[in-house]
Write a protein that binds this ligand. Structure first.
Ligand code: HEM
Ligand code: HEM
Length: 173
């Protein structure tokens, strides 16, 4: 019998690296204000650095995906369309959170550990800062919600339908 489909090792590594980067960047952003003032800059810098690594990971991931052989469907009919739309939405949201995050750093004026610094765009005008921050947070929260549904669907397949779906995204033993 033919071996069931499995994503290639690079796609698998990039998938789990992406999930880890998103989880740590999101948690990091939530806890910045719990740090004493003088420690907030390095924590915020780490958040930005994780976001920049996510940006690079995303570019490599899309390039590898587009140059790899096509992925055979894991579902039938409408469910496959929904799964594909969910995956595309996740790619779009990841690009959005990174791009809007960069915009947020630009309007706020940020530094990366004091090594590189950006002057704030229109520092007197707080409205831009507020708006872009809201959009950045919205995109970040939307990823968590869509990825939560995506993970629940994957676990349902694996443990309820018992079709071994998770193995498609796990390295061979
Ligand atoms: C922030 C977290 C996550 C993001 C952004 C994410 C994103 C994605 C994307 C974009 C794909 C499609 C890959 C492609 O064909 O190009 C995918 C596939 C997959 N993901 Fe995730 N994922 C996340 C977390 C998880 C978690 C927690 C699980 C498991 C519980 C999971 C299980 C899977 C599986 C099994 C596939 C393959 C689905 C298939 O073969 O149709 N993912 N993920
Ligand atoms: C290059 C990418 C990114 C940049 C430049 C960036 C930049 C920033 C900055 C400067 C802040 C303000 C921090 C503070 O309030 O002190 C922030 C907040 C935040 N970021 Fe990011 N970020 C990026 C990627 C991400 C990613 C990948 C996530 C998670 C999916 C994320 C989630 C958040 C959240 C939830 C907040 C809190 C929003 C708020 O309360 O205003 N960011 N980001």
């Amino acid at each position: 019998m033919a071996e069931p489909f499995r994503y290639n090792r690079t796609m698998i590594a990039l998938h789990w690296l992406t999930a880890a980067l998103i989880a740590t960047a999101w948690i990091g952003a939530q806890v910045i204000d719990f740090f004493p003032r003088d420690l907030r800059m390095p924590v915020r810098s780490t958040h930005i650095l994780l976001g920049l690594i996510l940006a690079a990971t995303l570019l490599v991931r899309v390039a590898v995906r587009l140059t790899s052989p096509p992925v055979p469907p894991a579902n039938a009919g409408l469910f496959e369309r929904i799964a594909q739309l969910g995956h595309i939405l996740l790619y779009i949201l990841m690009a959005a959170v990174v791009l809007i995050g960069m915009g947020y750093a630009f309007v706020r004026g940020e530094t990366l550990y004091g090594l590189v610094s950006l002057a704030a765009y229109a520092p007197a005008d707080r409205s831009w800062r507020h708006l872009v921050g809201e959009w950045h947070e919205l995109a970040a929260n939307a990823i968590l919600i869509v990825a939560g549904g995506h993970a629940a669907a994957a676990l349902f397949h694996h443990y309820v339908l018992r079709d071994g779906l998770l193995r498609r995204m796990m390295p061979a033993a």
